[in-house]
Each structure stands twice: as structure tokens, then as C-alpha cells.
Design a protein around this ligand. Structure first.
Ligand code: SAM
Length: 215
């Protein structure tokens, strides 16, 4: 993703405190009070410019959406999308998702979306992949026992790596597709990357998986 420095980003983020949570760590365990309605929480990690989260929030007013995006100049795009859709069930967090258990209490989240996560193809960067086992440990902690992970990517290597990582962790695969767009699902909300890569003819891979119940 091309990242341009946007000197006005700090001010823009502050002006939109009804969309971007200004002190997210203090909301741990209290997210349901942040939203107008007490309803399931779906978390997207690496929200990018927000097309997915804004579209999903519009399509599912009965879900509360939280998007985490660490890059300021990127999250401003997501703020604009959320404003344009005029949805009230979205909060954005401008933080790094590496310490999720400082942001969420155990079982506070119902679903996690990983959309076109950075694939980190070099072996020495494996630990940075959002499906590395240290991330899965955190997802398991913050997800409800029946919660799940939904992943989309165009990167075959990252997809295969993630399936193996899920399986090694004892997760169950509920759905796997090697060509999401072939299904023509009218409810599929595309991300910016999904639009870009599918226009190039790349197939989009998707899977949905859940953790085993803890004994
Ligand atoms: N999900 C969007 C899409 O599909 O269009 C953006 C995909 S882009 C390849 C990955 C995004 O995840 C980037 O905006 C990056 O800044 C963000 N990201 C990567 N690792 C992150 C982390 N640990 N915490 C928060 N954001 C992260």
C-alpha cells in the first residue's frame, strides 16, 4: 500500500473521536458500552482504508464493528468511509494489534476478520504474520468460545501457511474456498485490496475457522 505522509492526520483523528476511539486500552472489557446497542462485536485487524468495515456495518446494523489499523495516514481513509456511510456501529482504533489482550477482555469478541493481511513472505518474518501461533493464542483468548476467524487473501502462500497454522493449533475449518468470486455471493463486501487483485484476475481465497472448546 502506498503510504503518503498526511500532516493533518492527527487533527483529523481527534476531530472524529466519535469514530476513532482516543484511549482504546481503557475500554478493555467495556466495549459494549462504547456502542449505542449491546450486540455482537466483530473485529477487523488491518482495516486499511475501511471499505470493508464501512460496507459491513451498513449491511449488518445488528453487529458492532471494531477496526484496528496502525497507520495514521491510512486510517484517515477509513474514517472518511465510515462517515460517508453514516453508520453508528463502527469504532476504529489507531493501534498496533500485537497486544490484543490489553485491548479486549477474555471472550469479548464474536468474530475476527483478517482481510489481505500483510503476507510477510520471508521466513525470518514468519512471526509477523497475523496467523502465526502467538496471534492465534491471543485470538482464542479474546474470542467467545463459539467465535470464529474469517480470512480473505489473494496470496496463495499466506493462505496455505494460515490453513496449516490453524490446523496445527487444533482449529476446525468450517469453510474453505479457492475462488470466492466464483460463488457470486451478493453479500460479499469487497475490501480495497480484494477489488484491486480480483480486477487483475487473481483468485480470492477465503476460509472460516473456529477454535476447539477448551477442556
Ligand atoms: N484490509 C485492507 C484491504 O484488504 O484492503 C488492507 C490490507 S493491507 C495489505 C494490510 C493493512 O493492515 C495495512 O493497512 C497495515 O497497516 C495493517 N496492519 C498490518 N499489521 C498490523 C498490525 N499488527 N496492527 C494494525 N494494523 C496492521
Amino acid at each position: 500500500m502506498r503510504i503518503r505522509n498526511k500532516p493533518w492526520a492527527d487533527d483529523f483523528i481527534k476531530e472524529n473521536e466519535h469514530i476513532v476511539e482516543q484511549s482504546p486500552y481503557s475500554q478493555k472489557g467495556k466495549w459494549k458500552h462504547v456502542f449505542q446497542e449491546d450486540q455482537p462485536i466483530h473485529l477487523e485487524i488491518g482495516t486499511g482504508k475501511g471499505q470493508f468495515i464501512a460496507g459491513m456495518a451498513k449491511q449488518h446494523p445488528d453487529i458492532n464493528f471494531i477496526g484496528i489499523e496502525r497507520v495514521k495516514s491510512v486510517i484517515v481513509g477509513a474514517i472518511k468511509k465510515v462517515k460517508n456511510e453514516d453508520v453508528r456501529n463502527v469504532r476504529l482504533l489507531n493501534v498496533n494489534a500485537k497486544n490484543l489482550s490489553d485491548l479486549f477482555a477474555d471472550h469479548e469478541v464474536d468474530r475476527i476478520y483478517l482481510n489481505f493481511s500483510d503476507p510477510w513472505p520471508k521466513k525470518r518474518h514468519t512471526k509477523r504474520r497475523l496467523t502465526y501461533h502467538t496471534f492465534l493464542e491471543q485470538y482464542q483468548k479474546i474470542l467467545k468460545p463459539n467465535g470464529d476467524i474469517v480470512l480473505k487473501t489473494d496470496n496463495r502462500h499466506f493462505f496455505e501457511y494460515s490453513l496449516v497454522s490453524f490446523s496445527k493449533f487444533g482449529m476446525m475449518l468450517d469453510e474453505v474456498t479457492l475462488d470466492l468470486h466464483e460463488l457470486n455471493d451478493p453479500k460479499n463486501v469487497m475490501t480495497e485490496y480484494e477489488e484491486k487483485f480480483s480486477e487483475k484476475g487473481n483468485p480470492i481465497y477465503r476460509c472460516q475457522a473456529h477454535f476447539p472448546e477448551k477442556q
